[in-house]
Design a protein around this ligand. Structure first.
Ligand SMILES: [Zn+2]
Length: 251
């Protein structure tokens, strides 16, 4: 029956029907504004209640979008740099940039076979070909754990941020570790998976991550995206307890 449906119903229509069936009001995605019966599993191993079926946002992207809104960090006429843009945030920031005359630069260091979103420039976060003090807001989320020379990347991000600007430099980190664990001699993907939790991660950050941020010159604030929210609201917005958003500034 499933195979027959697959043959008879075009893929785009199947996707539309699937999304229609997920519409509801048990959860609400702050990034795309859609209500749904649930968030979908995502990740390896899969986390339940993680991905928005409509825009693809994850717990951290929803937390970041809420923070940007709550703190009024998106303004007219500002300059935003977004490293390795997440699709769901990227869509909203593009729309914001078009509506408010924001200069929105987004780039990534592309591996062969990776799709470039339209307008994306090739950017090496350890050697940004961008002027000093150019950006009011910098987003660099779940990038540094892939970068061997992360201290150099942090210095570059500090260099391009305007004094008084804000950057969100969010990394996965293990609160049980006091010290960041890394070993640059480990290059085998299987070994990286075993040691660092993902085949292309080069370290696991510990509770000392803010020290690395301060070393690069940033002021650091660790934000709990669930602060002040009850369990129902955390569930409804699909946020993750224990997640920390590293919000940094340049004095
Ligand atoms: Zn969404």
């Amino acid at each position: 029956m499933k195979a027959l449906l697959k043959r008879l119903v075009p893929a785009r229509l199947r996707e539309r029907l699937r999304l229609e069936a997920l519409r509801g009001d048990a959860v609400h995605c702050p990034v795309c504004g859609q209500g749904a019966i649930a968030f979908l599993p995502a990740g390896t191993p899969p986390r339940p209640h993680a991905r928005c079926a409509f825009c693809g946002s994850l717990e951290r992207t929803r937390a970041i979008w809420r923070l940007l809104q709550q703190r009024g960090l998106l303004k007219s006429g500002q300059r935003i740099l977004h490293i390795a843009p997440e699709g769901s945030l990227h869509t909203r920031l593009l729309a914001h940039a078009q509506a408010h005359g924001t200069d929105y630069v987004f780039g990534d260091k592309f591996e062969p076979g990776y799709d470039h979103p339209a307008g994306t420039v090739e950017l090496d976060v350890t050697a940004l070909e961008l002027p000093d003090a150019a950006f009011d807001l910098v987003l660099c989320v779940h990038v540094l754990e892939h970068v061997t020379a992360d201290r150099q990347a942090l210095r570059e991000l500090h260099r391009v941020l305007k004094p008084g600007g804000t950057a969100l430099l969010v990394v996965p980190f293990d609160p049980a570790r006091a010290q960041t664990f890394e070993d640059p001699t480990v290059t085998d993907p299987q070994e990286r998976l075993r040691l660092f939790g993902q085949f292309d991660h080069v370290r696991i950050y510990g509770r000392d991550y803010p020290d690395r941020l301060r070393e690069a010159g940033f002021t650091v604030e660790e934000v709990d995206p669930c602060a002040g929210l009850g369990p129902e609201e955390v569930f409804r917005l699909g946020l993750k307890r224990g997640e920390v958003l590293h919000v940094v500034g340049k004095g």
